[in-house]
Structure formats: C-alpha cells, structure tokens
Design a protein around this ligand. Sequence first.
Ligand SMILES: O=C(O)C(=O)C[C@]1(C(=O)O)C=C[C@@H](O)C=C1
Length: 96
Amino acid sequence: MTSPLDDLERLRASIDNMDAILLHTLAERFKLTQQVGVLKAQNDMPPADKAREARQIERLQSLAAESGLDPAFAEKFLNFIVAEVIRHHEKIRSSS
Ligand SMILES: O=C(O)C(=O)C[C@]1(C(=O)O)C=C[C@@H](O)C=C1
C-alpha cells in the first residue's frame, strides 16, 4: 500500500510534467506571436486587434465548457497572455 506522502509525490511529479508542457507550449505560442509582431510593425498595423480577441475568447469559452473548465477562467487566461503579447508587439514597434 502506498502512503499519502508517496501519493502526493506521484501527483506532484505529474503536475511538474504538466507545468513543463504548459511552459513549452507557451514558448512556442510566443515564437509565433513574435513573428506577428514583426509583421504588424513592418506594415504599420496596430498591436491589438480587439475583434480577433473577441473571437478567440468566444472559441476558448466554448472549448473550456466542453472540457469542464470555467469559461471565465479561459477568458482571464487568454487576456493575461494577450496583454503580454501586446507588450511584446509594442516593444518591437518602438525598436523598428
Ligand atoms: O492575431 C493577432 O493579431 C495578434 O497580434 C496575436 C494576438 C494573440 O496573442 O493571439 C495578440 C494580440 C491581438 O490583440 C490579438 C491576438
């Protein structure tokens, strides 16, 4: 029989793996948005696109509901990431 501490360790090891997946996935997403930032700066396009964000939020909220996640969390999560992306876009724009 495993002890509660063994169970905790096993669960934490899996959580650490998931955190690594999330971080690597985010790093790949930022590589793509970096390219979008360059494209936007080169073509004098605004860093933010609120219409695109609204479509993304709607899509993620529906995916969240299907997956048993809180749609409000999905919206907060996307807004958090997009805010960082827009910061990157603005930095690229001001340095080019
Ligand atoms: O799709 C774009 O236009 C982007 O700049 C990427 C992105 C995103 O991170 O998904 C970021 C900022 C925009 O407001 C919308 C979406």
